[in-house]
Design a binder for this molecule. Structure first.
Ligand code: ADP
Ligand code: MG
Length: 231
C-alpha cells in the first residue's frame, strides 16, 4: 500500500517517530478501519469550513509532533455544535498549547466528526522483541488502567481468534449486554482487531499502535483516537 509507506517515509525524513493523529488515521483508513472523518485546518476559517463539510457536532484537536497526550495540554475540545464554537475552540486550543508547551511545533488543528458517547474499548499493538507484532484488546478506562483486564495475542489473528480474545476479558458481559443494556457489536470489534493485526504484521516498522478509545455501538464502532510509534 503506497499511502502507508509514504506516510512512514515522510515521518522518517522529518525525524519523527510518533506519527500525528491524522497520519495514523490515514494509515488505518487504508485497512478499512472505521476512523472518524477528519481534516487538518491551518487557519480558523478552514476549521469552520471543514466543520460544516463534516457536519456538527465536531471535535477539535491539536496536531503537533511534540505532543503525545493531547488532552493533557488542553488540546482537545469536543461537542462543538456551531461555527462560533469552532472559532472559540480553535483559539482556546492554541492558547492552551502555547501555555503548557511553548516550544511545541503546531502543524494545525484537526477537525473531526464527533462520535456519540458509548462504551469505550482499546485496541493496541506492540512489537515484542521475542514474539514480534502482538495485538491487545480491553475495555477503556479503569478496566485497563486499574484492573489490567486485557488480552494479548501474537499477530496476525484470525476472526475466530479475535472472537475468543473478546470473550476472554472479565468485562465481556459489558459488551454482550446485561439487564437493560443491549448487546454491542462484537463483530465490529473482532473485525477491527483482525485488521489492526494485519496492519502491524504488514508494517514491521510499527513499534506501537494505540486505538484509544474506540467507541462501540449496537451497530458498528468508531476509532476516535489513533497513535502509531515507529521503531
Ligand atoms: P489524547 O491524546 O489525550 O488521548 P484523544 O484524541 O483520545 O486525546 O481525546 C481525548 C478524549 O476526548 C477521548 O478519550 C474521548 O473521550 C474524547 N474524544 C476525542 N475525540 C473524539 C471524537 N471524535 N468523538 C467523541 N469523543 C472524542
Ligand atoms: Mg486518546
Amino acid at each position: 500500500m503506497r499511502k502507508v509507506s509514504e506516510i512512514i517515509t515522510n515521518a522518517r525524513k522529518e525525524n519523527r517517530k510518533n506519527l500525528l493523529e491524522p497520519e495514523a488515521k490515514a494509515i488505518c483508513q487504508e485497512y478499512n478501519l472505521p476512523v472518524t472523518e477528519f481534516k487538518v485546518a491551518r487557519k480558523e476559517n478552514d476549521a469552520v469550513k471543514f466543520a460544516e463539510e463534516i457536519g456538527y457536532p465536531v471535535v477539535l484537536k491539536i496536531v503537533s509532533p511534540d505532543i503525545i497526550h493531547k488532552s493533557d495540554v488542553g488540546g482537545v475540545v469536543i461537542n462543538l455544535k456551531a461555527a462560533d464554537e469552532v472559532e472559540r475552540a480553535y483559539k482556546t486550543i492554541i492558547t492552551n498549547v502555547k501555555k503548557h508547551q511553548p516550544d511545541a511545533k503546531i502543524h494545525g488543528i484537526l477537525v473531526q466528526e464527533m462520535a456519540p458517547p458509548s462504551t469505550e474499548i482499546i485496541i493496541g499493538a506492540i512489537k515484542d522483541d521475542q514474539f514480534g507484532p502482538s495485538v491487545m484488546f480491553g475495555l477503556g478506562g479503569i478496566f485497563v488502567e486499574v484492573l489490567k483486564d486485557v488480552v494479548f495475542r501474537i499477530a496476525p489473528v484470525t476472526k475466530q481468534e479475535a472472537e475468543v480474545m473478546i470473550k476472554e476479558i472479565k468485562a465481556y458481559p459489558v459488551l454482550k449486554g446485561y439487564r437493560n443494556q443491549p448487546p454491542l457489536d462484537i463483530n465490529a470489534i473482532s473485525d477491527t482487531i483482525v485488521k489492526t493485526s494485519k496492519l502491524v504484521t504488514d508494517y514491521q516498522e510499527i513499534k506501537e499502535l494505540d486505538l484509544n478509545p474506540v467507541m462501540v455501538y449496537e451497530k458498528g464502532a468508531k476509532i476516535v483516537d489513533a497513535r502509531i510509534i515507529l521503531e
